[in-house]
Design a protein. Structure first.
Length: 326
């Protein structure tokens, strides 16, 4: 569930939580009641257990009574088998090992840190109010409390380019989170960033730039055992209405994963295959292999992969350079 801006100590230059979540009016008590009713309904219908997350705000900066109420509710339904995993998002500078240990005892399983970047200059320009040392300390505190760690990155912030992104990738891998979310920075009306964009101070990453930078990084995250569970913001109507600039696309995750597949195939095939060879691809990748609306075709064709050299099959692995006999 979303708790937009709840507990946040400051509003960053890019923040538009109301549009990102589609929630304008928000009240902790009302949301608590709705959550309780929704979980009770799932229990009544004996539906499969779900993961429950508290996102959109700074959960660890909420008054303690609200932390305990929400986690207590989650814990009760966890005991009933309605909920099987509880997580929250927060800022790296709003943590203490003591409070994290308490929340872990109350039923919290994972903390996702809104890191955004590991660059001090980028963090400063974004108005985050902390440094990379704070991020590293926050990661350590989450782990010291026995909680799973998640990281959220926001590439394309002011002053954030290819060099900074490479550093963010390396630093994230070094922190070894269980999960990663990547939200390329967008320019949304009503934010400081929108004013900077209008004044020509900030120019967001283009869509192609975003795909070409994030795509090659995915295999590195995967190889490190990091699950990339989200790329880009959900298509809320309020977000679309307020979007001024930036790499938003309804299938951004598909575009980026397709780019990552091309990267893997190029490396795995030694730079490509010949016209007499065959690539067998697990059928579960058929929706992303060629890319959204064929966006990956030209890149794959340059490696020798086309309709004549690619077959989808039911096995779970790729086979490259198998002589075509069909």
């Amino acid at each position: 569930m979303f708790l937009p801006f709840a507990g946040c100590p400051r509003r960053c230059v890019y923040c538009a939580q109301e549009r990102q979540t589609g929630l304008k009016a928000f009240d902790l008590e009302n949301e608590f009641v709705k959550l309780k009713q929704g979980l009770a309904r799932r229990a009544e219908l004996k539906l499969p257990p779900i993961g429950l997350g508290f996102f959109g705000g700074t959960f660890t900066a909420l008054p303690r009574k609200w932390q305990e109420r929400y986690l207590g509710l989650a814990g009760r339904f966890k005991e009933q088998g309605v909920v099987d995993h509880v997580r929250c998002s927060t800022r790296p500078d709003c943590l203490s090992t003591q409070s994290l240990c308490r929340m872990h005892t109350d039923g919290l399983d994972m903390v996702e840190l809104g890191v955004q970047s590991f660059s001090d200059q980028v963090l400063d320009r974004a108005g985050r109010g902390y440094t990379q040392e704070t991020v590293q300390a926050g990661c350590d505190q989450v782990r010291a409390a026995g909680l799973e760690l998640g990281i959220q990155l926001l590439p394309g912030l002011p002053g954030h380019g290819g060099r900074e992104w490479e550093r963010d990738v390396s630093e994230t891998i070094a922190r070894a989170p269980s999960v990663l979310r990547i939200y390329p920075c967008l320019v949304i009306t009503g934010t400081v960033l929108a004013d900077w964009w209008r004044e020509g101070i900030h120019q967001p990453w283009s869509l192609s730039e975003t795909v070409d930078r994030i795509g090659p990084a995915l295999p590195r995250f995967w190889e490190a055992g990091i699950a990339v569970i989200r790329i880009g913001l959900a298509p809320e109507p309020e977000l679309r209405d307020g979007l001024l600039a930036g790499p938003w696309h309804p299938a951004l995750g598909t575009l980026v994963r397709a780019r990552a597949l091309a990267e893997i195939l190029g490396a795995g095939s030694g730079g490509g295959i010949g016209p007499e060879d065959l690539l067998r691809v697990p059928r579960r990748y058929s929706g992303e292999f060629w890319g959204h609306q064929g966006s990956n075709r030209d890149r794959l064709a340059a490696l020798g992969f086309d309709r004549n050299t690619v077959r989808f099959w039911d096995n779970s692995w790729f086979e490259v350079n198998v002589p075509a006999r069909e």
